[in-house]
Design a protein around this ligand. Structure first.
Ligand SMILES: Cc1cc2nc3c(=O)[nH]c(=O)nc-3n(C[C@H](O)[C@H](O)[C@H](O)COP(=O)(O)OP(=O)(O)OC[C@H]3O[C@@H](n4cnc5c(N)ncnc54)[C@H](O)[C@@H]3O)c2cc1C
Length: 322
């Protein structure tokens, strides 16, 4: 019996790959279809993972139109994989509807015909053994770093441009594209994160952390201890059973650095940790380790941001809660 076929569909904007793109291509044994503005340049970001890539450079983000153009190329694929990024989650159900197959959303593992999806905020793993073709979205941070063996003799790294007619699909009218709101954006996509742990003393302190984060153009995250207390929602939990992130800057307030937390941190260029315990793992990992009370440090930061905000009419002060 022929091996089931897999292919990754990777939507890109302005040549930027979404979170989880390389892993999705890895799970698809290196076969990828990259679509969007700057797709040609984005293909370079998949070097070392993609073995056979086709790309379609097309402006804007038009998931209805893209699905209509791509579906005919995907009918014979047993598993169509997309990264579980915002655009991947938008495109996946449209492709599934046109291909008349189900979507398995939020997969954390795809292996040997088995797909495990994360449900109820990571509390439950559901196992699927699809016999018929499916579309799968893969949660960023959960896939392998290298491609599975593809089983064919295609030379590594071949790329091919696609020239597709774009049949008008059902498309919403785009009035304006706004930059993401750091307070609500997908944590996996955030370039700067302020994380809080059990060293912060109250739910109100997390409100303050969120406001300081917003004033610094950063997103707010937390450890599981905090989400279990209900002080912030589970979608803000960083770690193996939360969101896997990959910020450039991570500021940790009162976080010990347990492996279940740090395994979900990606590879930040800079880590700053504020903790009263100088030898805990988070402090050891940090580029700048501040031995101090995290609550007082946060108050100080809020006050400093408040001072700076006087110059801009107090808007930042309001945001920083100062
Ligand atoms: C199956 C499983 C899955 C898990 N998944 C996750 C996950 O996805 N994400 C996750 O985060 N955890 C996860 N955990 C929990 C993880 O093991 C740790 O318990 C958790 O990360 C610890 O959170 P914390 O650092 O906030 O708390 P603690 O470990 O209690 O650390 C608190 C830190 O605050 C410091 N501190 C105390 N007071 C102050 C102060 N005033 N100022 C400054 N610092 C102070 C302490 O020195 C300490 O370092 C998981 C555990 C299991 C068993």
């Amino acid at each position: 019996m022929a091996e089931p076929t897999r292919i990754a569909v990777v939507p890109v904007r302005d040549g930027a790959l979404p979170a989880g793109a390389a892993e999705t291509v890895a799970v698809a044994a290196g076969r990828a279809l990259v679509v969007g503005s700057g797709a040609r340049g984005a293909v370079e970001g998949l070097a070392g993972v993609a073995t056979r890539t086709r790309w379609w450079d097309t402006p804007g983000f038009a998931p209805g139109t893209w699905a209509a153009a791509l579906a005919p190329l995907l009918v014979d694929e047993d598993m169509v994989l997309l990264p579980g990024s915002p655009d991947g989650r938008d495109l996946a159900p449209r492709l599934a509807a046109l291909l008349e197959r189900p979507v398995l959303a939020g997969a954390v593992e795809v292996r040997d015909g088995r797909v495990a999806t994360s449900c109820f905020g990571g509390a439950v793993l559901a196992e699927h053994h699809p016999r018929d073709p499916v579309v799968v979205t893969l949660q960023p941070g959960t896939g392998p770093a290298h491609p599975h063996p593809s089983g064919d003799d295609t030379p590594a790294g071949t790329t091919e441009e696609l020239v597709l007619d774009a049949p008008a699909g059902p498309e919403a009218e785009v009035l304006e594209v706004l930059p993401p709101d750091v307070a609500t954006m997908d944590l996996a996509e955030a370039p700067r994160i302020l994380g809080g742990g059990a060293g912060l003393d109250s739910a109100e302190r997390f409100h303050e952390l969120g406001e300081v984060a917003a004033a610094l153009d950063a997103a707010m995250g937390a450890t599981r201890v905090i989400t279990d207390r209900g002080w912030v929602g589970h979608e803000r939990q960083i770690g193996t059973t939360g969101v896997v992130v990959d910020p450039r800057l991570y500021l940790a307030f009162g976080i010990s650095g347990a492996v279940q937390h740090t395994a979900g941190l990606g590879d930040p260029e800079h880590i700053i940790s504020v903790n009263t315990e100088p030898h805990c793992p988070m402090m050891t990992m940090a580029d700048l380790a501040v031995v101090a009370d995290a609550n007082a440090t946060l108050d100080e930061l809020a006050a400093l941001l408040g001072d700076g905000a006087a110059a801009d009419g107090g808007a930042s002060a309001e945001r920083a809660g100062a």
